[in-house]
Design a protein around this ligand. Structure first.
Ligand SMILES: CC(C)(COP(=O)(O)OP(=O)(O)OC[C@H]1O[C@@H](n2cnc3c(N)ncnc32)[C@H](O)[C@@H]1OP(=O)(O)O)[C@@H](O)C(=O)NCCC(=O)NCCS
Length: 343
């Protein structure tokens, strides 16, 4: 929207939801700082030029809420944070303390969905709502997002010092809203999680071709994997694009390195594109991993998120909105309790 149009709309209304304009960038860092101090998960939100370049190159499509003076008082980004560019994350959602409970988050979410809907390259949106308050979960639920899992121990306690101090890291609920279906996608489900996955696909109204996952790991060729260290989150994320016969050794080395660096969680995103999926999941469960989430189109193919703590996982202070999320959390906790705690 052009600057003069922004001005006209603002004169008629209290707030305006608009696409990011370059002038917003200088104000956004202080909005994040007023809520999270200097500890927000991405250091980029403290750099005006990062908002400008991310919005120019498409890694973020920012929607802002503006007050009557045209200053940004809210932000929500459509982020390319998944390995596959076809799914995006609604993230970096903040509303200024003085403008809360006036529906701004809801309006920002609706505006982001309309944006995503206009983009034929966008297959779906993820949300990662914090579990220390239920209203952001509810806002995504109202926008037809489905709970697909959890990132346990995801947000370090230091980031929540201003907003909601807690005794441990805050988990997030992962929620997904499909923008289209991919009925010819082949998907190998591991037996440990197939009932749950089928129920989640049904809830998301997604269709897949389910194939039998019955090959042992040693029949897989070399794997294709990458380790991403995320020190601001205290975690390491491993993407397994292709399961290989070297999976167990590779993950063992990555976990040892994560422990050495003082990380507290390891997340493993496993593409569901291989007949060795079941064997891989059993190997990872024996290595202490448990269910995290089902992630449609995460790696273009769907993926399974597994996770494990280095030490004991922190399940404290989790408040959930939907009954589905509560049932899913029980499943995750029982699954975590069944796997060995490897210190
Ligand atoms: C989460 C946050 C963005 C919500 O912004 P907001 O503009 O106040 O949210 P909305 O006014 O759109 O509220 C959405 C719903 O939650 C309710 N709500 C919001 N804040 C609430 C609070 N503190 N207590 C109870 N309910 C609350 C609203 O009444 C509204 O309910 P409704 O849908 O029935 O009308 C804001 O509190 C914030 O910036 N928090 C810190 C950052 C954060 O936690 N971000 C997480 C994004 S996942």
């Amino acid at each position: 929207m052009a600057i003069d149009q922004r001005q006209q709309v603002r004169e008629q209304t209290q707030h305006l939801i608009a696409k990011f304009a370059t002038g917003d960038a200088q104000h956004l860092p202080s909005l994040f700082r007023s809520i999270y101090g200097d500890h927000y998960l991405s250091a980029e939100v403290y750099r005006p030029e990062a908002f400008i370049s991310a919005n120019a190159n498409g890694t973020c499509n920012s929607l802002v809420a503006l007050d009557r003076c045209g200053l940004p008082i809210g932000h929500l980004g459509i982020l390319r944070s998944a390995p596959h560019a076809g799914v995006r994350e609604l993230g970096q959602g903040v509303v200024d303390l003085n403008h809360r409970t006036q529906g701004l988050l809801g309006q920002l979410i609706d505006a982001c969905i309309s944006e995503a809907d206009r983009d034929p390259g966008c297959h779906g949106l993820f949300g990662a709502a914090l579990t220390n308050h239920v209203f952001s979960q509810r806002a995504l639920w109202k926008a037809e997002f489905v709970d697909v899992g959890f990132e346990i121990g995801f947000v370090p306690a230091r980031m929540m010092q201003i907003e909601a101090p807690g005794a441990g890291p805050t988990a997030t609920v992962l929620q997904y809203r499909a923008m289209d279906d991919a009925p010819s996608k082949v998907c190998y489900l591991p037996s440990a999680y197939s009932d749950l996955a089928l129920a989640l696909y049904e809830q998301m109204r997604l269709t897949r071709v389910y194939a039998t996952s019955d090959q042992p790991l040693d029949l897989a060729g070399p794997g294709q994997m990458e380790v991403i260290d995320l020190p601001r989150f205290d975690l390491v994320r491993i993407n397994v694009w292709r399961i290989g016969n070297d999976l167990t050794a590779y993950i063992g080395r990555a976990v040892a390195e994560a422990r050495r660096k003082g990380r507290t969680m390891v997340q493993l995103a496993l593409s569901l594109n291989s007949p060795c999926t079941d064997a891989a999941v059993e190997a990872m469960r024996a290595a202490g991993f448990w269910f995290g989430a089902l992630l449609p189109r995460w790696m273009d193919d769907d993926a399974l998120l597994l996770q494990r703590a280095i030490g004991r996982p922190w399940f404290g202070d989790i408040e959930l909105y939907t009954n589905d999320a509560k049932a899913l959390l029980r499943f995750v906790q029982e699954d975590a309790a069944r796997q060995p705690v490897l210190l």
